[in-house]
Design a protein around this ligand. Sequence first.
Ligand SMILES: Cc1cc2nc3c(=O)[nH]c(=O)nc-3n(C[C@H](O)[C@H](O)[C@H](O)COP(=O)(O)O)c2cc1C
Length: 458
Amino acid sequence: MPDHLHLNLFTMASVEHVSPGSWTFPGDRSPEYADREYWTEVARTAERGGFDAVFFADVRGIYDVYGDDRHTAVEKGVQTPASDPQLVVPAMAEVTDDLGFAVTRSTTYTHPYQLAREFSTLDHLTDGRIAINVVTSYLQSAAENLGLSERMDKQTRYDRADEFLDVCYKLWEESWDDDAVEVDREAGRYTDPEKVSAIAHEGEHFSVPGPHGCEPSPQRTPVVYQAGSSDRGREFAAANAEAVFASQPTEEGVREYMADVKSRAADHGRDPESLKFFIGVVPVVGETQAIAEAKHEEYTRHVDVEATLALLSGFLDMDLSELDPDQKVEHIETDAIQGTMNAFTKAQPDREWTVREVAEFCGLGTTSPTIVGTPEVVADELAYWHEEVGVHGFNVKEVVRPDSLTDFVDLVVPELRERGLVPDPDDAGDAPRGDGTLRERLLGEGQSRLRDDHPARR
Ligand SMILES: Cc1cc2nc3c(=O)[nH]c(=O)nc-3n(C[C@H](O)[C@H](O)[C@H](O)COP(=O)(O)O)c2cc1C
């Protein structure tokens, strides 16, 4: 594995992301999620720790599947309340030079012309440090609040997402020539009209004549992240994603997922080795093994099992309050998040999970592996995934905020730097800071634009 490993801080502009109940931990600062200072501090810490990006999850709607009621989600802060992460990014970008920002956006509840404009603006303002995590959304309550009586079925959501990105790609990649903007004061010509084209998109879901309203930004198309795990989701990732979130809970599952998505990417004419695969991890770090284990025990005590069930009920679109806690989880094809379902029904064919076991397992970071130990133990585990399994990077999930991040940055990152797994800023020579785009960080210098083999370029 020639490249160094890549790090995203996987978080949410909410009181809680994927460790339900951890905001009750004494000293946890999650209730500051709506404050600018909280996020500027996170940004500075992540940049100091060599993170490539802060990756914001985001949902529309509320987790009201559990008990067919929103009460638990609201009372216990299950990804509620939450701010719009896209609006948090400029403050974080202002205090950093190199850190990227991956923002989750749904193709189901917005319009591509509008979204293309927002991301061109963010890409300009951040000097090319933007990625979009493309999702199709899974909560029925989102559909109801955003003008639909019913959530679209998954096939329709992904069909719409295909066309959505097609429109965005045309706006970002084709509409304006690189040298369209002239700013010729003498001639009074700001832009050469011959170098700005309509896109004339007419499809099943959208009619967008264009042209794009923004001039080309440093990356034109933001880096595309994706986390689909159903058959249709994998196909969508293979066609579009540059960074893919493999959420399988076992090594075997991750290997299978990567091989499958790579093979599908090759079918789309892409170099499969250009896709970067990330897995989620939940590091719980201490100066000694005993300290780490004590922390883990304390963190586990703050897991709120009912809140976890409310979160999972939304992920699975299945009311877990109706099931006996000792009942075995049966596989279904869900219209919500298939990956979460598969984690407990398919990933380990020999293992049966009860509802109670799933809730306890998912309380710290849902389906991602928790790594408890010294900086050396955590670094060994990350190195194994990187060097032996071929994973390119990690979505680091927090439990207690910001301690999980600061522990990782202060304890694990020095160890990773020592081993050459994360670049050491002291070795960067005279390279100026803020000199690269997020895509360059992932693919290498000079690669700010989508690769030529990406379907959007052909
Ligand atoms: C690890 C992981 C993180 C996700 N994060 C989000 C998110 O922040 N917001 C969202 O609406 N969907 C999110 N999703 C949902 C997926 O992007 C996708 O839309 C959903 O899983 C349905 O497709 P699938 O069954 O193909 O996975 C996530 C899925 C996974 C597995």
